[in-house]
Design a protein. Structure first.
Length: 495
């Protein structure tokens, strides 16, 4: 009997899972970068990013309820466009995770840590990623156990910032005029807001991984859309409030210069020690890096196990039973990226990679409309995935050339991998076509009498069932003199 995953995830549990994936380190480190790109109205790019993310979330909601199977984006794209496209999307997901860990490692070494102790960035990045890899190798139970406490801390930190910002506004120390200041000296209003939206988009990623739980949701047709859109809306409200209070409480120039922007809100409020909030922010950043590192290493391990990446990445550490080679490999690439890029450029690179993924999923949902899927599944209006695909294509044009230069290296690797895997898959199919099954080949090596009873004993072979022939004896078949049978039933020349 086939064993299937237990459907134990309820709507509230799914909601909090998705919300925990979305709420995280991005907003702790990127509010300042968004202010630098778009001006004082930090909340506006965050709202636009929410709307853009919701378009693609609609595609995920339809596909997760139509095909409630673990596998996620790569599974949907493979089903719509074939294994080569699925391999490319899977690699883009892997690369996005590796880039995200690099960005968060760089952020960990920023102003939040410098408020506690002055340490060179390179030293912090190296030590941080080594410790992260060690915890990942130690075991997923320990890793996820740390995540539970860390998630509560990081959500509490965001609520603290909203409360402190509202207190600053109530006591009259905020400048509300900054909430309508759009544009910078380098860009006009529209260009500035769109540039900020690219970075703000990073704060909403994470919902796409939740589709892997669809097979374990009690009623995915009802639960998944409710939980997904509810979590996105909740995260959007929290982020918009963060943008409002940060912009109103802190001058835009100061906010834009800081790699620990929310710490500036704490300093203006003056009610919470800098060191305390710095610890909260560092926990949030480290937790985001840990969860993304787990996802990246397991994805690399899974792709290697399926033959899509080098088999060495599928090695498991005895005793701990963790994919230690995949963990070390993904951590090494994250280290390289962290040492050669800034937080905002790495975040934009991640967005670039996910735009390939999201655009592919938006196209896949339209192609898969031809397949029936689960009865009564959620169906998004056709205009939504079309707008989602168009928004991905448009956001491609808003990404800087420097980001494209870095991102195209990773995209190119993904494309090469997809081509190689497609050739290997085609070669395997052609080989299967060239090798005739043993039973088929026997038909051409038997006497006419044997073709009437293909269970007869071969000459010199293993005994088979008796044939009740005309003479009551054993039926025999002639075997070609230059061919011998192997234990597996295939035939090959003798030694």
């Amino acid at each position: 009997m086939t064993v299937v995953l237990k459907r134990a995830v309820t709507t509230p549990l799914l909601y909090f899972f998705i919300l925990g994936d979305i709420l995280g380190a991005g907003v702790y480190v990127l509010v300042g970068s968004v202010a630098r790109e778009s001006g004082g109205a930090v909340w506006l790019p965050l709202v636009i990013a929410l709307l853009l993310a919701t378009l693609t979330a609609g595609s995920y909601a339809e596909l997760a309820t139509k095909f409630p199977r673990a596998g996620g984006s790569a599974h949907y794209v493979t089903r719509a466009f074939g294994p080569a496209a699925g391999s490319f999307v899977g690699f883009c997901m892997l690369a996005a995770g590796v880039v995200s860990v690099g960005a968060l490692a760089r952020a960990f070494a920023g102003d939040y840590l410098q408020a506690l102790v002055s340490v060179p960035v390179v030293v912090v990045v190296v030590v941080f990623l080594v410790l992260l890899a060690a915890l990942n190798i130690r075991g997923i139970r320990e890793s996820l156990g740390a995540n539970v406490a860390a998630t509560l801390v990081e959500v509490g930190g965001l609520l603290l910032i909203i409360g402190l910002g509202l207190w600053v506004m109530l006591r009259g120390d905020a400048d509300l005029s900054r909430l309508t200041q759009v544009g910078t000296a380098e860009q006009g209003a529209v260009g500035a807001v769109l540039a900020g939206s690219v970075l703000a988009f990073y704060s909403f990623v994470g919902f796409e991984t939740s589709v892997n739980l669809a097979e374990e949701v009690k009623d995915p047709r009802r639960s998944y859309p409710t939980a997904l859109f509810g979590a996105l809306l909740t995260a959007g409200v929290v982020y918009a409030l963060i943008g409002v209070v940060a912009s109103a409480a802190v001058p835009t120039e100061k906010l834009a210069e800081s790699s620990g922007p929310l710490l500036e809100v704490v300093r203006v409020a003056g009610e919470v020690p800098d060191w305390l909030f710095s610890l909260i922010a560092l926990v949030a950043v480290a937790n985001g890096a840990l969860l993304t590192g787990i996802m990246s290493s397991r994805l690399a391990y899974g792709m290697a196990r399926d033959g899509l990446l080098p088999s060495a990445l599928a090695r498991i550490l005895p005793g701990r039973r963790t994919p230690w080679v995949a963990i070390l490999a993904t951590s090494a690439v994250s280290l390289l990226l962290a040492l050669t890029g800034e937080v905002d450029s790495l975040a934009a690179t991640l967005v670039l990679l996910l735009l390939f993924v999201f655009g592919s999923v938006d196209a896949a949902v339209l192609v898969l409309r031809r397949e029936p899927g689960e009865p009564g599944h959620f169906r998004i209006p056709t205009i939504v995935p079309l707008l989602g695909l168009a928004s991905c294509l448009f956001l491609f044009t808003r990404i800087d050339g420097e980001v494209w230069a870095r991102g195209l290296v990773l995209v190119g690797l993904g494309a090469v991998l997809a081509v190689v895997n497609a050739i290997r898959a085609r070669g395997g199919v052609d080989a299967e076509k060239r090798v005739e099954p043993a039973e088929e080949r026997r038909k051409f090596m038997t006497t006419p009498r044997d073709r009437d009873d293909d269970t007869a004993e071969p000459k010199g072979g293993r005994p088979g069932p008796r044939d009740e022939g005309k003479d009551g004896g054993m039926a025999t078949r002639e075997v070609a003199p230059d061919v011998a049978e192997t234990d597996e039933g295939a035939q090959e020349p003798p030694d």
